[in-house]
Design a protein around this ligand. Structure first.
Ligand code: UDX
Length: 493
């Protein structure tokens, strides 16, 4: 490991170490948390995996952006995998093993006297905020006597569903009989409501449990990892979630019974934006993308009518089959709506790496395709009237803050829970879970953009206002971050 960005200050402010799980959706929002803490005047070290760090340097201006904060610096550490490992799709689970085996001892060494995080050049680390799916950090923190807070990137509803897994095993709901990770389109058993996830028993079906619960047996690696990591949360000094009270009141209340030190400080991107706007006259864009953003789509959007475009993006890890790509494409084209579609490099399985020429031709008329978009800006653009999303939690929050209704097509992990919340509880869109059929896609798009737009407008605008209120001065997320919450807790430790 090496110190990449030395902006040492000898200030005596508390020194927080932030350690994310090394994938886009985690790094990007934990960097936002890092910036928020910098704005509160804390010294922050952000510990990145080498690979992620190289990509951040390549595609973003993080170094110049963070140079405003004299107490900030990056450190890097290996994720323990060989450089050519794909680190995506169902191979993400390999990172869990390597990080525990290889990275954990390195992390410990960094914190020992003489290690790069304890070298005497900066104040010693006074608090750790680690990704909540890396509970090995709790062992290290306890050994060193450093308080540790866990940060989960998923929704409170999803965290709570994960938390209840042992109860669902006990009641015989899990493992799902005859389940496989293959999408189960028509199966009445999957539509059965679950009583074991208290507070969500009126709407959470087997189908809506995190995708890992579709494993055939309890020994599935991803299933085991999320279950154990979640159960261990109580060992930390507190839990931080990227959500806000009005959005997930019921799940937060359930979690709080088990983990009283719970800080809901989201949506982080909006929280950060509002604080930067209060401080600077023209705050810089804060992209943390690991792919190069294609900004030509913004010019294309400028030429489109208000609320006429459906934005299509499935986040940083979704892999589409060629058949899914084609069904989605037909649905989009047959809806006769304009669309902006993000197709990441290597995100189509098998020989479909390259988008078939026939699709591209049809796209020229009404669609625009990019490999990676400046998503927050796209969603805020007046031409965007809907979002066909995989229901990643960051994407969901970004859509809420921009008041854009969603069609949810969850892929894996937490997304199955999020899409149910959005479709059934919050009424901010439609849940297209487990279906990828051109006729259905077309129908949902027409409903979202025309037929049912009016019925979505009220809940969508209402939630947007509540999100913005939560991060405004005296809002719940604002207060939890700086008054009663993290900053003060960290300051006191
Ligand atoms: C995953 C999980 O699905 C998510 O729920 C969890 O909270 C974090 O890990 P991911 O699948 O990448 O993340 O989805 P999401 O959480 O939506 O994050 C994607 C991020 O990439 C968003 O912040 C989005 O703005 C950004 N993005 C996506 C772009 O900037 N440009 C794009 O073209 C697509």
């Amino acid at each position: 490991h090496s110190s990449i960005c030395k902006m040492d200050s000898q200030s005596s402010s508390p020194h927080v170490l932030i350690f994310p799980f090394p994938v886009q959706g985690h790094v990007s929002c934990m960097l936002k948390l890092a910036e928020l803490l910098c704005l509160s005047g804390l010294s922050v070290t952000f510990l990145n995996s080498d690979i992620i760090h190289r990509r951040l340097l390549r595609y973003t201006d993080v170094i110049s952006r963070f140079s405003r904060y004299p107490g900030f610096r990056f450190e890097t550490i290996s994720d323990g995998l060989p450089p050519d490992h794909p680190r995506s799709g169902n191979r993400v689970v390999d990172i869990f093993d390597s990080i525990k085996m290889v990275t954990k001892p390195m992390f410990r060494e960094m914190l020992l006297p003489g290690g790069c995080l304890n070298s005497g050049k900066r104040p010693p680390v006074s608090s750790i905020i680690a990704d909540g799916i890396m509970c090995f950090t709790i062992d290290v923190a306890k050994e060193m006597g450093i308080p540790i807070y866990l940060f989960r990137t998923v929704s409170a509803s999803c965290f709570w569903a994960f938390y209840c897994i042992p109860k669902l095993i006990e009641s015989g709901d899990l493992p799902i009989k005859g389940a496989s990770s293959i999408i189960i389109e028509k199966d009445d058993e999957m539509d059965r409501l679950l009583l074991g996830v208290t507070g969500m028993e009126k709407y959470l079906r087997l189908r809506d449990l995190p995708s890992f619960c579709r494993a055939n047996d309890l020994s599935d690696r991803a299933f085991q990892v999320v279950t154990t990591e979640t159960q261990e949360t109580y060992r930390a000094n507190g839990l931080i979630l990227n959500t806000f009270d009005d959005l997930e009141e019921s799940a937060l209340a359930q979690i709080r019974k088990h983990i009283p030190n719970l800080y809901s400080i989201g949506p982080l991107h909006a929280n950060l934006k509002s604080r930067l706007e209060a401080k600077l006259t023209s705050p810089p864009r804060s992209s943390n993308s690991l792919w190069e953003e294609d900004r030509t789509c913004m010019t294309w959007l400028d030429e489109q009518a208000q609320k006429s475009v459906i934005y299509v993006s499935f986040g940083s890890m979704t892999m589409l089959s060629r058949n899914e790509l084609i069904e989605l494409w037909y649905g989009l084209v047959n809806s006769r709506k304009k669309f902006l579609w993000v197709v990441r490099p290597n995100s189509v399985a098998g020989d479909g790496q390259n988008i078939p020429a026939q699709l591209l031709e049809g796209t020229l008329e009404r669609g625009y395709m990019v490999r990676w978009a400046p998503q927050e800006e796209v969603l805020a653009h007046p031409a965007v009237g809907g979002f066909l999303t995989h229901s990643g939690w960051n994407s969901t929050l970004e859509s809420i803050v921009a008041a854009v209704p969603m069609i949810c097509w969850p892929y894996y992990a937490d997304q199955q829970v999020n899409s149910r919340l959005v479709g059934e509880v919050l009424k901010l869109g439609f849940d297209m879970k487990d279906i990828c059929d051109r006729v259905v896609v077309e129908k949902f798009i027409k409903d979202l953009m025309d037929t049912k737009r009016d019925e979505l407008t009220r809940p969508v605008e209402r939630m947007m206002k509540m999100a913005r209120r939560s991060v405004a001065k005296d809002g719940t997320s604002y207060k939890l971050l700086c008054l009663s919450g993290i900053s003060v807790t960290v300051l006191n430790t």
